[in-house]
Design a binder for this molecule. Structure first.
Ligand code: IMP
Length: 183
């Protein structure tokens, strides 16, 4: 669905589908340069990273493998708790692998910080992060994100995999959720 289909639910469209795809292509050129000699294992975090993973993996002109983790940050709210639980672990052994975590958004950074430490303890040959969105003003911990799509304001956004109470993941664009939706 497109922003026009739910226009009243968004206070602003931040990035159209076209803009997102163009930025992902740029990120892919950088990733290709860095990983030419060592094909990466892309690790996606369900469910939010599904869209960015699908588009990033197909845009990359490199052989890649994909694996998935599901972690839960509790609740339906719009603020991250930082309490993380593994709901589904990876199938692949990370030992000696060049791991690139693919994430939708870095908000407080708590989830990614936890994930990075968890995956680092499994002895990958290298470990980097690619996140489509980052909210610099919301950072509670500094996470070293090697590939960032867009730095965005500290607002709650939906679309392109990102949800509010499981809605809006199938929106092609990314927009700021209007406060009346969650008030
Ligand atoms: P953290 O605050 O960086 O730990 O973010 C944890 C998770 O909260 C992210 O992976 C998203 O799933 C979710 N999240 C954070 N900010 C937003 C947002 O603006 N829209 C939708 N989900 C978000």
């Amino acid at each position: 669905m497109r922003a026009a289909d739910i226009a009243g639910d968004l206070s602003e469209v931040l990035y159209t589908e076209e803009r997102i795809h163009a930025r992902i292509a740029e990120l892919c050129r950088a990733i290709e340069a860095d990983y030419a000699a060592r094909p990466p294992l892309l690790v996606g975090v369900l469910k939010g990273a599904v869209m960015v993973m699908a588009d990033l993996a197909r845009e990359l002109r490199l052989p890649v493998e994909m694996d998935w983790m599901a972690v839960s940050s509790y609740g339906r709210g719009t603020v991250s708790s930082g309490v993380v639980r593994i709901v589904k672990d990876l199938d692949v052994d990370l030992h000696g692998r060049h791991v690139l975590i693919v994430e939708d958004i870095v908000d407080s950074g708590l989830t990614l910080n936890w994930l990075r430490e968890n995956l680092a303890s499994r002895n990958p040959a290298s470990l980097e992060i690619c996140a489509l969105l980052r909210k610099p003003e919301a950072a509670k911990v500094e996470v070293d994100v090697r590939y960032v799509g867009f730095d965005i304001p500290n607002a709650f956004v939906v679309g392109y995999g990102l949800d509010y109470a499981e809605r809006y993941r199938n929106l092609r664009d990314i927009g700021i959720l209007a406060p009346h939706v969650y008030a």
